[in-house]
Design a protein around this ligand. Sequence first.
Ligand code: SF4
Length: 407
Amino acid sequence: MTDRWISEKVAPAERKWEEFYRNRFSHDKRVRSTHGVNCTGSCSWEVFVKDGIVTWEMQALDYPQLEEGLPPYEPRGCQRGISYSWYLYSPIRVKYPYARGVLVDMFRQAKREALGDPVDAWAAIQENPQWRAKYQQARGKGGFRRIRWDEALEIAAASTVHTIRTHGPDRVAGFSPIPAMSQVSYAAGSRFMSLIGGTVMSFYDWYCDLPPASPEVWGEQTDVHESADWYNARFIAVMGANLNMTRTPDTHFISEVRHAGAKLTVFSPDFSQVAKYADWWIPTNPGQDTAFWLAVDHVLLTEFYRDSQVEYFESYARQYTDLPHLVQVSDGKAGQYLRASKLAATRTWRTATGRCSCGTARPPRPACPTEASATAGPPGQGPLEPGADRLLPRCQDLTGAEPHRLP
Ligand code: SF4
């Protein structure tokens, strides 16, 4: 015993527990990967592998600087990502097809009675109200049973063929995985739906990473700008998203742009994780956000387009939005887009959409049309300027006027 408080012992046998940590983090290989199965985050991860088994993961720290003046991306990652290898080896990971047991029993019985014809078997189920009710009312109650791949494919194929025969191909609606991460799966599924004449759904509608129907409304597959661009904003409205939860790896750009002076407004029924550091929290009820933004649109159209024409708004709308496109109006109701084919001077023009816009003349006149991808019309009439489509009330009056060719 010394006169010190602590007695230093050299006793390796008593420090065996340290081996646990050495083993836990040992590895024989490092590979680069991400988590593409359900996530478009595409964060870069170092994955440490031992004997072919993922042992642990770490956020990559070699992102390039995007541009001068923007905060760096790294480190990117989230709680789901760093525990991803747990999913890989989880005993409850889904690796096989499962179907609701009541439907499987029904299909097998119907197939026997249909002498082995799967389409007739599916038809028999659909034509029997009791059978339909039985499997439909089992939804939400569990009861899944593992089945063979060939049986799963047979049921899917039989139901597709029966639906096409009975109701038409456009009554078959399908999703396929995200194109950004699973190109082959996405292409196979969407091509199949396209070739049979089915309805190709947006995968956003499936997993609600964006507000459902966003691509249908905006004509874009995604919300287009990337998260780093948040840093260039000075007023940010967050709605339909809880950034900390849904865009965890990039949410640091929000706190960084707040330090840079941006104002943050959050529309959400709950005082969400992102609302707690917003400047304004507007506690909308479900459905009220649409009314709110229509009111904003009303103010913009009234004050900057109808009562006075503001060059900044007009040129922005022409260059970046689909606002200038004209629609036909009858009985005060908006109808179809005004097409080049409806106007005498442009009847023979061949364009991608054939739509007409307000053009760039002062005062505005209807102009046809627009898209950069349009094929050239008759000699001397291309090229065509980019544009898009929405209602600009001031231009409705002009649809009867003589159109002019865009410069
Ligand atoms: S956001 Fe999370 S789950 Fe998605 S890629 Fe990044 S770390 Fe993985």
